[in-house]
Design a protein around this ligand. Structure first.
Ligand code: NAD
Length: 284
């Protein structure tokens, strides 16, 4: 499927991921809407997106004209009625009931041809789509953090996803300068399935007293990882990372080796969610 008829993209959720995806979409020439229920997240997003644009311009990666075009193309809204688009990419909290309630609202605002994609890290695309109006137009489109820099996008086909929808999202990712990868629906898809032990074994080492988190991070960075597991979890958001661990663990039948870590749950319960709250495993 070509993207000739795709003019408008709506991103739902103006958090860590949504604001990055919105900037990528607007820079790629699409009319872009960024929606969130919290006005404060929209203000924060605008501030961060403007900062990113300034940085890109100062490095001569984009021109003043590009910056003006993004400002013209990108709209911030907390009104669900504004979420009319050709493609909607959902990037809200990793909670199925909240996502489904949003898709229900989106179905009333949009026509049946609108493609719905979820940026979920771990929820089953087939399970979600079973409860969505016109399930064939629904798929996973999993960007990585930070969405502005990370090239990989997993395009996830659920049991009922139509092939033209997968093709459209794959082509959209390419148009955005990304490297899309096809993936069938499976717990954690590809990356989050493989990455679980990276986080869990690191926390087990620290819980057992074998090493400190600083030591674990230093060792993994010295072996070539860009970020040690504790720094990476803080970057991702401990609530999001913990939810993904729980969802993958449950979907695989609760194997002992993938049991979510108590030390991470304690951080989430304390509201220490990583960089986004100023404190997680480390302080920022
Ligand atoms: N953080 C990561 O590294 C990462 C990477 C890839 C994918 N994801 C996935 O992306 C999604 C978002 O993650 P995040 O880290 O950006 O979360 P976040 O906590 O930074 O932001 C979530 C945003 O969703 C908004 N929101 C909540 N309910 C809403 C609703 N009903 N309608 C509109 N907005 C609503 C919140 O106000 C918040 O701004 C999750 O599904 C997550 O699994 C996250």
């Amino acid at each position: 499927m070509t993207l000739d008829h795709v003019e408008t993209i709506c991103i739902c959720g103006a958090g860590t991921m949504g604001r990055g995806i919105a900037l990528v979409a607007a820079l790629s020439g699409f009319r872009t809407k960024l929606y969130d229920v919290q006005q404060v997240m929209l203000w924060k997003s605008k501030e961060e997106i403007d900062k990113s644009l300034q940085l890109l311009q100062s490095k001569n990666k984009i021109t003043e004209h590009d910056v003006d075009s993004v400002h013209r193309r990108l709209m911030y809204t907390h009104n669900i009625d504004d979420c009319k688009a050709d493609i909607v990419i959902e990037a809200i909290v990793e909670k199925p009931a909240v996502k489904l309630a949003l898709f229900q609202q989106l179905a009333t605002v949009n026509n049946a041809l609108c493609i719905f994609a979820s940026n979920t890290s771990s929820l089953s695309i087939s399970d979600l789509q079973a409860q969505i109006v016109h399930p064939e137009r629904f798929a996973g489109m999993h960007f990585f953090n930070p969405a502005t820099h990370m090239k990989l996008v997993e395009v996830v086909k659920g049991k009922q996803t139509a092939q033209h929808v997968v093709d459209a999202l794959y082509n959209l990712a390419k148009t955005m300068g990304k490297v899309p990868v096809h993936c069938n629906d499976a717990p954690g898809f590809i990356v989050n399935h493989i990455a679980r032990p990276y986080y869990l074994e690191a926390m087990r080492l620290v819980e057992s007293g074998a090493a400190s988190m600083e030591q674990v991070d230093a060792v993994m960075e010295a072996t070539g990882f860009k970020m040690g597991p504790f720094k990476l979890m803080d970057f991702i958001g401990l609530d999001i990372n913990y939810s993904v661990s729980e969802i993958v663990w449950e979907a695989l039948g609760k194997p002992e080796r993938l049991t979510p870590a108590a030390m991470q749950k304690a951080k989430v319960d304390a509201g220490e969610l990583g960089r986004k709250t100023g404190k997680g495993f480390y302080e920022y």
